[in-house]
Design a protein around this ligand. Structure first.
Ligand SMILES: [Zn+2]
Length: 237
C-alpha cells in the first residue's frame, strides 16, 4: 500500500519535472526515437551454466544499458512500457517454443527473480514486476530472498554461483506447474539458475528463462542460436 502510494507520488512528480531521454539525456522526451529503436530486436537464445534455455531481448550495452539503469536506479518508471515492448517478443518466443504451437496445456506460470526487501524499500517497486504489469502479463510472486548476497558485479563466474547459492526460496508448493523465470539482465546466468533451483525444490518445472537484456561481456552464459559472440565487444555507444 505504502509502496503503491510512493509510486503514485513519484509518477506524478515525474510528470511535473522536465523530462530527458532515459537512454541519451536528450531533453523533452522520455525516450527518443533512436533509443526506442535500440529496444527492438529479435530475441536471442542463450544457456545458463546449468543449461537452462534463456531468451534475451536486447544486448545490455550503450543506450539499452542506460535505459535499464535509469529505470532501475533513477526511478524512471516511465520506461516500464518501452521495456515491456522489448521483453514481449522474447517472452512470446519462449512460450511458443516451450509449449509448442497449438498446445492445449495451460500456459506456463511466469515467475520473477525476487529482489531483497532492502532493494524494494529503497526503490519502491520491483523492476521486472513493473515491466510485466506494463505488458499486461500476470505473474506469480512465488520466490523470495532467503539470504542477502553480495553484489555480483565484481565476481567471477564460479564466485557468482557460490554467492547466490541458496539465495532464493519458494513461498509455496508449485505442484506440477511449468514455469518461465523472468529477470532483467542475463549476465552469467547464476542468478537465474538459483531461481530455477528454488522453483524445482518447490516441485515446479522450469522450462525456460527470459530476460530483457543480456550482457555480452562476461563469456559465461553460452550462446545457443543467435550467432551473438560472447566476450566480443560490438559497437558500444
Ligand atoms: Zn535517446
Amino acid at each position: 500500500m505504502l509502496a503503491a502510494l510512493r509510486e503514485a507520488v513519484r509518477d506524478a512528480w515525474s510528470l511535473l519535472m522536465p523530462v530527458e531521454c532515459a537512454g541519451c539525456q536528450r531533453h523533452d522526451l522520455s525516450l527518443c526515437k533512436e533509443c526506442a529503436e535500440c529496444l527492438i530486436a529479435a530475441p536471442t537464445i542463450h544457456a545458463t551454466p546449468r543449461g537452462l534455455r534463456t531468451y534475451a531481448a536486447v544486448r545490455y550495452e550503450g543506450r539499452v544499458r542506460r535505459v535499464i539503469l535509469a529505470f532501475k536506479n533513477q526511478h524512471r518508471t516511465d520506461q516500464a512500457r518501452p521495456l515491456s515492448q522489448a521483453l514481449l517478443p522474447a517472452l512470446r518466443r519462449a512460450c511458443e517454443e516451450a509449449v509448442g504451437a497449438g498446445a492445449t496445456e495451460p500456459l506456463p506460470k511466469i515467475v520473477i527473480v525476487p529482489t531483497s526487501k532492502r532493494a524494494f524499500r529503497a526503490r519502491g517497486y520491483h523492476p521486472v514486476s513493473l515491466v510485466l504489469r506494463a505488458a499486461g502479463i500476470r505473474h506469480a510472486r512465488v520466490l523470495r530472498v532467503a539470504k542477502e548476497t553480495s553484489s555480483q558485479k565484481l565476481l567471477g563466474i564460479q564466485q557468482r554461483a557460490t554467492n547466490v547459492d541458496g539465495a532464493f526460496v519458494a513461498t509455496r508448493w508449485l505442484g506440477a506447474s511449468r514455469v518461465i523465470i523472468v529477470d532483467d539482465v542475463l549476465t552469467t546466468g547464476a542468478t537465474i539458475d538459483e531461481a530455477a533451483r528454488a522453483v524445482s525444490a518447490a516441485g515446479g518445472t522450469v522450462i525456460a528463462a527470459v530476460t530483457i537484456g543480456f550482457t555480452p561481456r562476461t563469456g559465461a552464459a553460452r550462446d545457443i542460436a543467435s550467432g551473438e559472440g560472447y566476450g566480443k565487444e560490438k559497437g558500444a555507444q
